[in-house]
Design a protein around this ligand. Sequence first.
Ligand code: URA
Length: 486
Amino acid sequence: MQPAQFNLARYNVQLASQTDFVGWRDAARRLVLNEVGPEDIAWSVAAESDQADLPSVPEGAQLVVPRDFIEHAATAFCHSDPGRFAFLYRMLWRLRSEPKLLAIATDPDTRRLEAMEKAVRRDSHKMHAFVRFRKIGEGSDERYVAWFEPDHFIVERNADFFVRRFTGMRWTILTPYASADWDGERLAIGPGAAKGDAPAEDDTEALWLTYFENIFNPARLKVKAMQKEMPKKYWRNLPEASLIPDLIAGADEAARDMIARTPTTPAPHHAKVQAKHWPKREPAEAPDDDASTISELREAAKGCRRCPLWRDATQTVFGEGPDNARVVFVGEQPGDQEDLAGKPFVGPAGKVFDAILDDAGVDRQKVYVTNAVKHFKFEPRGKRRIHSKPNAGEVQACRWWIGKELELIKPDLAVALGATAALSLLGKAIAVTKMRGQVIEREDGLRVFITIHPSFILRIHEPAEKEAERERFLQDMKQVKRLMAA
Ligand code: URA
């Protein structure tokens, strides 16, 4: 019988955990610089490391690998394929003599790397969407616990996302291989758990189910698309999943019923929020051209009457982000949820935008995000307010604010998300599909990167097309990241 390759290996490298990328990188560097071929290494994971002595880096030796390999490798490293350590080492080994390897889309190793990354990213999106916290304890003991079963080793990679989303809560996410715990100040990664360690139900569950039943729109039901977005394997951990079979079964009847019940006036809560947010002062008392900081400008914008859109909108949605950001992202105008929250890009398009920025390694906390038009323009349809595109006059009226924001922030780069943003930033209409991915330098020297609006991805129904468009936008955001560094 053939002896296992493991026993023949000269180096038996034991990593501290499934996600010990730092350990892998260090060992790989030493080994590759000592010309140890992939066939002479066995990789494994052991809590108690019984490490073979690894050779030290030869004097003066330097490892040169393409810049983005480490990024790709760090993502693929989270894949659950046990052969990934050896596979990534083999790629590193090959890259020394084939530096363009990552650009050869037909190479089986490059294809495998891409597929692994894609699987990890997809699993991360599912985690963002399907983690459901349940409350335990009361008062100062209150905390939220969730059980999630990822396909890959993605907890460490995604924990920051939940810290940003739920900074004010104390929470723990349990998975079979690791847990993440946030106590309001500190994030700790701990061991895995069993499903039974997570609470089964809480007080908010009934509320959540009612909410899901109400937002479920039977007229838009597409069972296949829904199962693709929310594969059945996640259903068992989602409280709302228990409702899905009945909701699907009653969909036709429910759709007819819904159409018959459609009301014709906007929901009363919009008026309440408006009353709270609309400044009492008259425009004359709200001079807006002497602001010398972003927060003064934001304050002044609350009373903006430069075009009639303020009348129906709930409030001005001003830009957000550090006032010394190096890059400013410009969208079109706030949507329904942004109008109510008073913050840009927090609704469905914002979620797509956040997830893709995250995948591209751009930290949203470090960039400034704003809109070409600062008030929500819509048409009431029943209870819903349907987005309506701002016209050139409205964009022109609002250019004053963008101009001021850019003047105060002085970014190196502005990103036009879609045609309205491009019109606002450049002062003329351009064909975004033609100019996408290009940088246009304005007369004042500001570089403007052109891309699509993330809501474009949301509007695509065909899953393969949607994924392809998401991928293109991800590539655009990676280019933005490179431009930020340039
Ligand atoms: N679309 C935008 O352009 N801006 C937002 O803030 C939200 C959606």
